[in-house]
Design a binder for this molecule. Structure first.
Ligand code: ATP
Length: 303
């Protein structure tokens, strides 16, 4: 474990959806803020970052973009069939860490990853590992819905086709229907499966992307701010879906919305400037956080 420390400066700024008081009498005076600087030790995380028999066992993970270190010695377990939310201020490394879990950073030339990252005990970064197979097991849903410019049917059938999951047309039809049902979209699209996916609403497109991800029977679904481009109604639908999906999948979600983290996740991990500061049960993080930086963030003192 490294002993290098980082200096953290708190900012007096609230994230847009946080419970920052708006009435003048409740606005927190600057003088009541926590100390301006908090020193974080690399590799030290308060709370419960570890789990028995984890799906992901991540140890001493460091990520660099060229000379810049984005992730500073993070160790974390992701338990089987849990929903874990990654929260923290912009640029703290949530997406970078998430993308390590299915090697989405591989395409970034400047990106280097150190440490031990295991999925079911197997090294994710083993040079012999089939990355296409890894990404079928560990699917991903992105910030902006990104359906292929194909029909609704072909979007969902794409993965099963390239992975050879269906021998007959009827098998493929079943996979498409089941995936659309699980994504809560079947009733809306069953009569227009041949229509272009790009003609759907944003919320429908995002549910289609979820259907596409689950069509290849993943074990894990990574979600990188899946609702940031959606309106509140479409967001609520995706959140319901996450709760339903949690029965079958391990889900890791990056979100800027603390209300969303509180609604959908079992555990919450608070990141700060490349450090993993705290991991705890979500209810604890949002009621009695252990670390002062977590508290400052959830009370809207910086974002
Ligand atoms: N492709 C890249 N090349 C260089 N630096 C990068 C790249 N992607 C991210 N970074 C840097 O790594 C750090 C962590 O970024 P990351 O996107 O992981 O943070 P984040 O917490 O997900 O932020 P946000 O909430 O704004 O999406 C930032 O300093 C960012 O500028």
């Amino acid at each position: 474990m490294s002993t290098v420390s980082s200096t953290i400066t708190n900012k007096m700024q609230a994230p847009d959806d946080k419970a920052m008081p708006v009435t003048e009498d409740k606005v927190m005076p600057v003088t009541e803020a926590k100390p301006e600087q908090t020193v974080l030790e690399e590799g030290v995380t308060v709370g419960t970052p570890f789990a028995d028999d984890p799906k992901f066992k991540l140890r001493d993970v460091e990520v660099f973009y060229g000379e810049t270190q984005a992730i500073k010695n993070i160790s974390l377990d992701v338990a089987r069939n849990e929903v874990i939310a990654f929260i923290g201020p912009s640029g703290c490394g949530k997406s970078t860490f998430l993308r390590c879990l299915n090697r989405m950073n591989d395409s970034i030339d400047s990106c280097r990853i150190k440490g031990s990252l295991l999925l079911d005990g197997q090294n994710i970064y083993d040079s012999k590992r089939d990355v296409v197979e890894l990404r079928a097991r560990v699917g991903m849903v992105f910030q902006k819905p990104n359906p292929f410019p194909k029909s609704i049917y072909d979007n969902v059938a794409y993965g099963p086709r390239i992975h050879g999951l269906a021998n007959r047309k009827s098998d493929l039809d079943d996979i498409v229907e089941n995936s659309l049902r699980k994504a809560g979209l079947w009733n809306e699209v069953k009569d227009r499966l041949d229509a272009m996916a790009t003609g759907m609403s944003g919320g429908q497109q995002q549910r289609l992307c979820i259907a596409r991800a689950i069509a290849v029977s993943p074990e894990v679904v990574l979600m990188d701010e899946p609702c940031s481009a959606l309106d509140p109604i479409a967001t609520a639908r995706i959140e319901e879906l996450i709760t339903e999906m949690s029965e079958s999948y391990t889900i890791v979600i990056v979100t800027h919305s603390m209300q969303q983290a509180a609604r959908v996740s079992n555990r919450t991990a608070y990141f700060h400037m490349g450090h993993l500061v705290e991991v705890n049960d979500t209810s604890k993080v949002f009621t009695t956080p252990e670390h002062e930086l977590t508290e400052s963030y959830i009370t809207g003192r910086f974002g």
